[in-house]
Write a protein that binds this ligand. Structure first.
Ligand code: DOR
Ligand code: ZN
Length: 363
């Protein structure tokens, strides 16, 4: 499938079209963005927020707290807690805030709009903290009309309650209905995991997608093909090799409608390494180094800038801190866990114990 081509050796070269500078041992990314991020709240937020803030100029913050973020007051207060948790990195990091889909009035949406990046729609019960998700997409029509009129983007967790491997593909007709019924609504298919979802991108002008780094790398085999790997268990579940290959090909080609959204979703170690494992991969600490390694291995380092920033800036017309993040080629071993004061909370990152070739400079 994808040919592996080594990065051209020697000399400094500018990938001017992509505003990215690559040398043998340095990589400069302009305003990298994580377009799908779970930061939680309280002690977990305090532990994990800095990992995103030091790597990214902004991130789209998921609203599935308990209770979910559904009012402007909750949104503003959560945004303030996030920025406080980012410490010194907060000045260069813009949380792009979302609210959990519900029956919002026009007045509520209008009031929230200056502070709101998007509304996130969850079908009822398909993933972590989605109990107040919708039961019928048709019943959501009036709110979607209001969002379309006000120019508020719709982010969607696109899974049905069907057989776990088929949930995303079964949901694709809903995306088609949304895209054609609301032609001026900007829709993002979140964390896509199938070749069929990649193909949909080219069919509807108002349909976009995020993809996670882990879904570019793993398949169901990595999760459950040998000993069960709870830290790779997430929703949607990783699919077949041909799906992973289609996602990877689209990301490496910097498909203009595809954006990096990590879906980094921390759960305490005891909730992952347990009977009834919580869904979510905590990838935040390794995102840019892991992506640099992947894109380099496939000779596509010059397209990383588009995948982690330019596509999102163009699709959404974003204004984010004009910050550069430097990666340097200095191997490091990903720690086995991150711990808060006194060991609580404790979270295990994606790629724990693995050596990565690139690291974020200045650490
Ligand atoms: O694996 C997941 N974890 N998928 C989601 O959609 C939600 C997330 C979480 O909040 O833990
Ligand atoms: Zn998510």
């Amino acid at each position: 499938m994808l040919e592996e081509v080594a990065l051209a050796a020697g000399g400094e070269r500018w990938e001017s079209a992509r505003e990215m500078m690559i040398t043998d041992d340095r990589l400069v990314l302009k305003r990298p963005l994580d377009m799908h991020l779970h930061l939680r709240d309280g002690e977990m937020l305090e532990l994990v927020a800095v990992e995103s803030a030091r790597q990214f100029a902004g991130a789209v913050i998921m609203p599935n707290l308990v209770p979910p973020v559904t009012t402007l007051e909750m949104l503003r207060a959560y945004e303030a807690r996030i920025l406080a948790a980012c410490g010194k990195w907060g000045a260069g990091f813009r949380p792009l805030m979302t609210m959990f889909f519900k029956d919002y009035s026009e007045a509520e949406l209008e009031a929230a709009r200056p502070y709101l990046f998007a509304v996130k729609l969850y079908p009822h019960g398909v993933t972590t903290n989605s109990e107040s998700g919708i039961h019928s997409v048709r019943a959501a029509e009036p709110v979607l009309r209001r969002m379309e009129a006000l120019g508020i983007p719709l982010l969607v967790h696109g899974e049905t309650g069907g057989f776990v491997m088929d949930r995303e593909v079964e949901f694709l007709p809903v995306y088609e209905w949304l895209a054609t019924t609301f032609p001026r609504l900007r829709i993002v298919m979140e964390h896509i995991t199938t070749a069929a979802a990649v193909a949909m991108l080219d069919r509807y002008e108002n349909l976009h997608a995020t993809v996670t780094p882990h879904h570019l790398v793993i398949t169901l085999d990595d999760v459950a093909g040998g000993l069960l790997q709870p830290h790779l268990f997430c929703k949607p579940i990783a699919k077949r090799p041909e799906d992973r290959d289609a996602l990877l090909a689209a990301a490496l080609a910097a498909h203009p409608k595809l954006m990096m959204g990590s879906d980094s979703a921390p759960h305490p170690r005891h909730a992952k390494e347990s009977c009834g494992c919580a869904a979510g991969v905590w990838s935040a600490p390794v995102l840019l180094p892991r992506l640099a390694e992947l894109f380099e291995r496939h000779g596509a380092l010059g397209r990383l800038q588009a995948f982690v920033s330019d596509n999102a800036v163009r699709v959404h017309g974003l204004e984010v801190p004009d910050r550069e993040v430097v990666l340097e080629r200095k191997p490091w071993v990903v720690p086995a866990r991150w711990e808060g004061p006194g060991g609580d909370p404790c979270v295990v990152p994606w790629e724990a114990g693995r050596e990565l070739a690139w690291r974020v400079a200045g650490e």
